[in-house]
Design a protein around this ligand. Sequence first.
Ligand SMILES: C[S@@+](CC[C@H](N)C(=O)[O-])C[C@H]1O[C@@H](n2cnc3c(N)ncnc32)[C@H](O)[C@@H]1O
Length: 255
Amino acid sequence: MTKPPVGSNRLGRKLGQKVKKGKLKASSRRWLERHINDPYVQRAKLEGYRARAAFKLLEIDEKHHILKGARRIIDLGAAPGSWSQIAAKVTNSTDEDIRVAAIDFLEMAPLPGVKILQLDFLDPKAPELLMEAIGGTPDLVISDMAAPTTGHQKTDHLRTMHLCEVAAYFAVDVLGEGGHFLAKTFQGGTERDLLNMLKQNFKQVIHVKPHSSRAESVEMFLLAKHFKGRKVQSADAEPVEAEADRAEDHSPASD
Ligand SMILES: C[S@@+](CC[C@H](N)C(=O)[O-])C[C@H]1O[C@@H](n2cnc3c(N)ncnc32)[C@H](O)[C@@H]1O
């Protein structure tokens, strides 16, 4: 079970620490204070994960079982690499038999069993290169991509939603039957057309908000489970009432 983080830890660092007023801008000081006092940051260090984001994936998996049995995983927006660490472990990926392909335009330190592409996922060559890197049909596509912030919240949301949408179409193009797709989105941000498309292609489409995703953040995850497979979609297929069965899941992973 993903244990709730504790108030202090075996690294010996106490929570509730203040950063001295000095050269830092107030906003940077607030960020730093939040970071060093974040129990998930401390737990990630303790457990050897590169980012606190690891616990979002682990928590979602605890409840929705998307990692079990996965043989090949594509990780979009992977740096610094905690989701890839988990993906390599669950697929038993090794450098001799690569089962995880990861992409990020930021540099990412090497990880055993992970083929890393330093490239923009929106680059037209990215899908083909990812498929070459993974060398077989993936059964899980995970995307934690968030567009770099511009300071203009609406623009940032639109850009991240665009990444989510492109990732979703990529997943539908490459996943094997029965596969799953998980992507970062925002509360109220997922377009109806995108939800309709996913609901036509997957048996279950829900939004999830793990506890490790900061409560004050509008971040959510879109989870599409059990890919139906690539069949010819009739152009005049009935649109699916996405909003009606859109489940929102705020319950703890340990439920
Ligand atoms: C929240 S971080 C991912 C953390 C990661 N899941 C982990 O566990 O370490 C989001 C990442 O998305 C990447 N990203 C954003 N837009 C991208 C794009 N167009 N192509 C590739 N990576 C992108 C960013 O560079 C950033 O590293």
